[in-house]
Design a protein around this ligand. Structure first.
Ligand SMILES: [Cu+2]
Length: 173
């Protein structure tokens, strides 16, 4: 009687779902229905992508960018340097983590005229991606993978690394 019941059930299932054939092949008369639940249950679960979040880190004032509102975004994340005013423009740039930032000399100016140095006194001191650049090139690009406040200065026009004169900060968010 049991076997009969199972066979009948199998004929009904075969046209709809090939998977059920395996469950029917088993000798036990009770596994047939059990197999069906297992098959439908398999696709659920995982999740896991949620989390992190949490409170944003407190703003850090780093001279010359002492207010969050000092920071701006820039097309192509490019900072122009030099000029008659001896500046970095924008001097307070905010970018997303992972962004590339390019320093570009104004006019024909190069890093030999405005040697670029990462700050050793201001902002995030560990892992500043800015490398000392003093050669005769006019553009240099650095990648900023980690959130922080990465400060820099011109060795000729802000040599005390106070953030006054020719200096800036990149806020990586
Ligand atoms: Cu300079």
């Amino acid at each position: 009687m049991r076997q009969h019941g199972l066979l009948r059930a199998c004929r009904a299932w075969i046209p709809t779902l090939g998977l059920f054939l395996m469950a029917c092949g088993s000798s036990s008369s009770t596994t047939g229905t059990g197999g069906a639940t297992a098959a439908s249950g398999g696709a659920t679960g995982s999740g896991g992508a949620s989390g992190t979040g949490g409170a944003a880190a407190a703003f850090m004032a780093v001279n010359p960018c002492n207010l969050a509102t000092d920071y701006v975004t820039a097309a192509d994340n490019t900072i122009a340097f030099g000029g008659t005013d001896l500046v970095y423009a924008p001097k307070c740039l905010k970018v997303a983590a992972g962004a590339m930032v390019t320093f570009k000399g104004m006019g024909t100016e190069t890093f030999s005229q405005h040697p670029l140095f990462p700050s050793t006194k201001r902002g995030t001191l560990n892992g500043n991606p800015i490398a000392i650049t003093t050669d005769t090139s006019a553009t240099k690009t650095f990648t900023f993978p980690t959130a922080g406040y990465y400060a820099y200065y011109c060795q000729y026009h802000g040599p005390d690394d106070s953030g006054d004169f020719m200096a800036g900060v990149i806020w990586v968010q």
